[in-house]
Design a protein around this ligand. Structure first.
Ligand code: BEZ
Length: 235
């Protein structure tokens, strides 16, 4: 008797689980084919469904913007390759939505009828559906490490402003060694690492230099939008 495989959900900081898959753009080895790039690996419940169609059209329309931030898109559903191809052809040939039309999806869409990849990434969540992946989003960095995970249910389409904000935010935090406050967007003040000694805490509270300290443990500084975008969009 074959034992049921037990999968653990990947977590932030884990290495992205490896897999080889067939996609609408040919075979991929993940994450090795994407070394050096950020990747957004995202799942959707099923082809030929309305929320997913609105999301795919939006992802495809924004793909260039994500690519400019050194990020590639990879989609997945537990449907088969021919269903994927037929759905993407329908999107291009027939669907007009919110000013988007003639939309060609050129990023790979993984076929995952065995649910092997979906299970490895914890994309099938039986409380929601045992036959469909939820709307999972994994942000994976150029070294293949998972840096952010967001899950949405079947009934709610993703917020693409937020997905782009997360991508730019992760890169900004890395590039400038800062943390980012609630609702941060490029151009907003950033948080400098918390003082690690009494001396530094005192100095920060007393000095009137480039930082604004709300208290010794919470200091912010300016970081120009142009500087952020130049650092991120250059790559
Ligand atoms: C949709 O994408 O519209 C959808 C997919 C699965 C369940 C419910 C909605």
């Amino acid at each position: 008797m074959e034992e049921n495989k037990v999968y653990t959900m990947p977590r932030i900081g884990d290495k992205a689980p490896e897999f080889k898959a067939v996609t609408t753009q040919g075979e991929i080895n993940f994450p090795s084919d994407y070394k050096g790039s950020w990747v957004i690996l995202f799942s959707h419940p099923a082809d030929f469904t309305p929320v997913c169609t609105s999301e795919f059209m939006t992802f495809a329309t924004l793909e260039k913007q994500f690519n400019q931030a050194n990020c590639k898109l990879v989609g997945l559903s537990v449907d088969g390759l021919y269903s994927h191809i037929a759905w993407l052809r329908t999107i291009k040939e027939k669907i007009e939505y919110k000013g988007m039309k003639d939309v060609e999806v050129t990023f790979p869409l993984i076929e995952d009828i065995t649910m092997e990849v979906a299970n490895k990434y914890g994309m099938v969540q039986p409380g929601e559906s045992s036959t469909k992946a939820v709307r999972a989003v994994f942000f994976i960095d150029p070294k293949g490490i998972i840096r952010t995970i967001i899950y949405y249910p079947l009934s709610l389409g993703r917020n693409f402003d937020e997905l782009y904000r997360v991508l730019i935010g992760l890169q900004t935090a890395d590039e400038f060694s800062v943390a980012l406050p609630a609702d941060w967007r490029p151009g907003d003040d950033v948080i400098v690492p918390t003082a690690g000694s009494c001396g530094v805490a005192k100095q920060r509270m007393e000095s009137k230099d480039e930082m604004t300290c709300h208290d010794w443990f919470f200091c912010t500084k300016k970081l120009d939008k142009e500087k952020v975008l130049k650092a991120i969009l250059k790559k």
